[in-house]
Design a protein around this ligand. Structure first.
Ligand code: ATP
Length: 296
């Protein structure tokens, strides 16, 4: 089996003057994987994507596609990309533009198929410079798909899409991924990352701070919340010392314990005879993300 990653950044560094946009980020995508790149504004996601596509050169470390320099894979038409800077081309129709781009690839998708996958067959005859932001976004998806690339790289692909368009977008993307293609997308929508990626890579200040499934990230970054009613007259004394507990908050006669090991915390509460109105809630991905990227 060929284990060369489809896309890899190893200890990649990219500086812009005094700003280190990417500071040793690690990333590896296996064939057929869908991976989400998650991070705050300015975390380095777009720069990491630009490095992978060979649009910028790393100052240190390596960026590779299919085990070679990114330019080679891009030239061979093995990569389709949808980046953030959308510039409309004047006067041409959607069909003409997609056909033009498809014509530059060795084995492109038929244009109607690219339009269908992007969910815009009805826009084929429309002028590109008269489309709405969301429509244009999907034309850009059709352009990224036009060459039937093995790897699709999408920088915040659903940013301009409404709820229905977003759902259609992910339906298309899943179909594309099901056919064995590899997809890397960046997003600020944690629920999208959780729902549509096999794996989430969290980038913060140019570094990879977490890499795993949504469940693994939730577990790694703060465990669960255990809540119990306190008995009359009982204070919070000692709760912070129970196994696993990171923090305690008491409000309205109810104690909320943030814990790394809810089983151990619940057992210890039971030993104290303190289990009334017990509730155990796993950390949300939002909480995990905030914990992983909190300003230290
Ligand atoms: N061409 C550039 N020249 C100078 N600084 C840049 C350039 N591109 C990015 N940066 C800086 O590098 C850092 C990382 O930016 P990048 O666009 O990669 O982040 P991002 O995670 O994609 O952010 P966002 O979610 O806001 O799109 C930021 O501080 C940004 O200001």
């Amino acid at each position: 089996m060929n284990r060369t990653p489809v896309a890899a950044l190893s200890r990649a560094v990219k500086r812009y003057g005094p700003t280190t946009a990417v500071d040793g980020v690690e990333l590896a995508l296996a064939a057929g994987e869908t991976v989400a790149l998650l991070g705050r504004n300015g975390a380095g996601k777009s720069t990491a994507i630009a490095l992978l596509l060979g649009l910028v050169e790393p100052d240190a470390g390596r960026a590779e596609l299919f085990g070679a320099r990114p330019e080679t894979a891009v030239r061979e038409g093995r990569v389709g990309a949808m980046l953030q800077d959308a510039r409309a081309v004047p006067r041409v129709t959607v069909r003409e533009l997609v056909a033009f781009v498809a014509g530059r690839y060795p084995v492109p998708l038929p244009v109607p198929r690219a339009l269908e996958l992007a969910g815009i067959p009805e826009l084929a005859g429309r002028r590109v410079d008269r489309l709405s932001g969301g429509q244009l976004q999907r034309v850009r998806l059709a352009l990224a798909l036009a060459g039937d690339p093995a790897l699709l790289v999408l920088d915040e692909p659903t940013a301009a899409l409404d709820v229905a368009a977003r759902r259609e977008f992910w339906t298309s993307m899943r179909e594309y991924a099901r056919r064995g293609h590899t997809v890397l997308f960046s997003t600020h929508h944690l629920e999208e990352a959780d729902a549509h990626a096999d794996r989430i890579v969290v980038v913060d200040r140019g570094r990879t701070v977490a890499d795993g499934t949504g469940t693994e990230l939730r577990r790694a970054a703060g465990g669960s919340l255990v809540a119990v009613d306190m008995a009359a007259g009982q204070g919070p004394d000692g709760l912070a010392l129970l196994p696993g507990v990171r923090s305690v908050e008491v409000r309205g006669g109810r104690a909320r314990l943030r814990t790394e090991d809810s089983d151990a915390t619940v057992r210890a509460l039971a030993e104290r005879g303190a289990i009334r109105g017990l509730e155990v809630v796993p950390a949300t991905l939002d909480e995990a993300f905030l914990a992983l990227t909190e300003v230290r």
